[in-house]
Design a protein. Sequence first.
Length: 134
Amino acid sequence: VESDEDSPVLGKREGYLIAKVALYFGVDFGKLPKGNVVRDGMKVLVTVPEPEELDFSVDLDSMRYLTKRSGLQVATDWLLDRDQQAELRSQLKESARSYLREEGLLPTREDIVGRLNEFRDVVGGSLGVEVSFR
């Protein structure tokens, strides 16, 4: 996450917050509505909902804060009780989500359905039914 301000009067106020994050994104089958599972004899059809964020965490040991501020910016931050590091921390989660979306790193519903269907024989075989995901 980065912040870059440049005031003609106060000077530069730059800050960077770097951290390792983990975003778990997928489908929580524990929340699956009963209507999304249809059984017809020995066949089971599961309608997979849209994936969602399941968990987000920050590795606090990896967090690094870098700043470059003019003396007037330092004084202004102190007088106005501004905390640039806290400002950047508050943007970390949304910044990570945006990055993952822009880079195409979050699985789509179709990706998840495809992966589940690759294992439908294993799932269905253990239950004694034919399982299909859509």
